[in-house]
Design a protein around this ligand. Structure first.
Ligand SMILES: [Zn+2]
Ligand SMILES: [Zn+2]
Length: 302
């Protein structure tokens, strides 16, 4: 049984309140009312209320293509991505300048490599958390939980979201975390770690989107990086979207996936949370409709 209510809005921007304004959807409703209810229904206030409620319910379950504008980047999305990337660049620049001045390069470069690897682990822990716990009303993370649940249902949407639309939420979080570090810290090693780790976090959703791409349509360097294991591979991530839906959570490079899955790290954490707090993860309730892909072909007269 599903833990979350069955209404997802995977394509909306993260702070957007879901609505159903698509003109073709409205046309579909008019056609439906005219052919099935007639004049008598429209004169009955009770049935009108029922019809309105059905309309709202249908909007909630509408195919994502009906909300196509929500795939596009807004100026607000672009502004957050710009500020997030700026804070990352400042961090990297400060690391390089301090390293050049002190002639210490090994530590900042090693710290950057650790940052790259830990960003993958962080992406896995975060993804596991929002895939399995909380719901749309959860404080701070509710919109992310909703978006990831929607992604499980309509996989293809992530490949059609514009870059800033897909990445602005992470960029905003990085801005608030990294900006104070930029201002307060001059240590080349710490800045090397922070710059690489936060940069990978901002772009992780883009790497995730590429993992859903078709090889022939992806840029050649991206395919090369995926096949070299620098970015999460399409094969590895596709396993996350198949039963039993409880593995391959890391979406940056995927380097941690094998270890975490073989050692059953997330399963152990789920047991601890269950016995300590009595909370069941969604992955224990498989298969549920919230996790399975809908393969319907969106139609303008759906
Ligand atoms: Zn997932
Ligand atoms: Zn995915």
């Amino acid at each position: 049984m599903a833990i979350l209510p069955h209404h997802k809005y995977p394509l909306r921007s993260l702070e957007h309140v879901p609505t159903c304004h698509h003109p073709s959807w409205s046309r579909a409703r008019v056609t439906c009312s005219a052919t099935t209810t007639g004049t008598k229904l429209r004169s009955n206030p009770d049935q009108l209320i029922i019809e309105l409620r059905l309309d709202q319910l249908s909007c909630r379950n509408a195919s994502p293509l009906l909300n196509y504008p929500n795939l596009l980047s807004t100026w607000s999305h672009r502004a957050w991505v710009s500020t997030g990337c700026t804070t990352v660049l400042i961090s990297l620049a400060k690391s390089m300048v301090a390293a050049a001045n002190s002639h210490i390069w090994l530590e900042p470069m090693s710290a950057g490599y650790i940052g790259y690897n830990l960003s993958d682990l962080g992406s896995g822990v975060y993804h596991w958390g929002i895939d399995n716990y909380g719901d749309t009303s959860t404080l701070i993370f509710g919109s992310q939980i909703e978006a990831f649940q929607g992604h499980h249902k309509w996989l293809w949407t992530i490949t059609r979201r514009q870059f800033a639309n897909n990445s602005h939420a992470l960029a905003r979080a990085i801005t608030f975390v990294v900006l104070p570090i930029d201002i307060l810290c001059d240590d080349p090693t710490l800045q090397g770690f922070v710059g690489v780790c936060s940069g990978c976090i901002i772009f992780s959703q883009q790497f995730h989107a590429w993992a859903h791409g078709t090889k022939s349509k992806l840029p050649t360097p991206v395919v090369a990086l995926q096949e070299a294991g620098v970015l999460v591979s399409r094969t590895q991530h596709s396993a996350h979207h198949r039963q039993p839906y409880n593995n391959n959570y890391c979406i940056m490079s995927g380097i941690w996936n094998e270890f975490l899955d073989k050692q059953k790290v997330f399963e152990a954490l789920e047991m601890v949370l269950f016995f300590k707090l009595g909370v069941r993860p969604r992955s224990w309730s498989e298969p549920i409709s919230d996790w399975t892909e809908e393969t319907e072909t969106p139609s303008p007269m759906h």
